[in-house]
Write a protein that binds this ligand. Structure first.
Ligand SMILES: Cc1cc2nc3c(=O)[nH]c(=O)nc-3n(C[C@H](O)[C@H](O)[C@H](O)COP(=O)(O)O)c2cc1C
Length: 267
């Protein structure tokens, strides 16, 4: 290992260990300096919205939690049957759905189906549906406050770019629906400063695990994807190149492929 790599690995370990703040010269966080936070929900930016159904009682879900845990596994082969809009809606709600809002008007806070450090909820969810009943191919953004999807781009020619962005993992790029979780780091940095990167990634882990469990309960399969090309995926989603110091800076952090289970056994 050369010195540059060793140095970077040590820096990454500092992040994992939450930093010894006296070593890195801790300063007051933006919250402690009474600076305004970012809103917890991104404003609508798309061309149109699609309401998501919420009659989850009509899904034939596994309800025995031990069975759900026992059957959860990464699935890389999906059936040609489409994911229904109700199933997709359930997956989004499980991974990022908002249960209630609280806080004062200058600092509104969302409480969701997943935990998040300080309830800062820095994550956003984007979708590439390849086989979802009633959804055209395109790039969509989930609006958790309204439980709606907004259409960012109606295009069906992203297969090659998405496959390249997912480091050639075509099973994932062609999955019935590809979830991309992004983070707006400042939502968390406002309160937690240097510890934020660690917390944001922990938050993404919770969201993805809920997605795995929701997919399993609905007899679907899910596969987490961490191997991806940061620049290519961020460009495909229209994020500005980064990392940048902008408070609104956003970058992808985690991907998940989801689809109906294939009858064929995994190879
Ligand atoms: C952070 C993370 C990143 C992962 N990245 C990939 C990936 O890029 N491609 C892939 O096929 N599987 C990926 N996986 C799935 C793992 O390979 C899988 O969880 C592991 O082999 C254990 O299998 P299981 O999930 O069926 O228990 C990832 C899992 C995690 C938690």
């Amino acid at each position: 290992m050369n010195d540059k790599t060793r140095y970077q690995i040590m820096k990454n370990r500092q992040l994992l260990a939450g930093y010894n703040l006296s070593d890195v010269g801790a300063e007051k966080t933006d919250q402690e300096q009474n600076l305004p936070p970012l809103p917890p929900l991104k404003k609508k930016q798309g061309r149109g919205t699609i309401a998501l159904p919420s009659d989850f009682e009509n899904l034939n879900l596994m309800t025995e939690i031990r069975t759900v845990f026992a059957q959860r596994e990464s699935c890389r082969k999906y059936s040609s049957s489409p994911v229904s809009l109700l199933e997709l809606s359930f997956f989004l709600w499980s991974a990022q759905g908002v249960r209630r809002m609280a806080g004062r008007s200058l600092n509104p806070v969302t409480f969701r189906n997943v935990p998040s450090a300080g309830a800062r909820h820095p994550l956003e969810t984007y979708l590439f549906p390849n086989n979802v009943a009633g959804l055209d191919k395109g790039i969509y953004h989930y609006l958790p406050g309204e439980h709606q999807l907004e259409i960012l781009e109606k295009r069906s020619d992203y297969e090659e770019e998405l496959t390249e962005a997912l480091c050639g993992q075509s099973f994932a790029a062609n999955a019935p629906v590809v979830f991309v979780m992004s983070a707006i780091p400042y939502r968390t940095e406002w309160r937690y400063g240097l510890k934020s990167a660690k917390y944001i990634l922990l938050d993404a882990g919770h969201a993805c695990e809920n997605l795995y469990l929701a997919a399993t309960a609905a007899s679907c399969g899910c596969c987490a994807i961490g191997a991806y090309d940061q620049d290519l995926l961020d460009e495909l989603l229209g994020f500005l190149p980064g990392p940048s110091a902008e408070k609104t800076y956003e970058c992808s952090v985690y991907i998940a492929a989801v689809g109906k289970l294939s009858k064929k056994p995994e190879s």
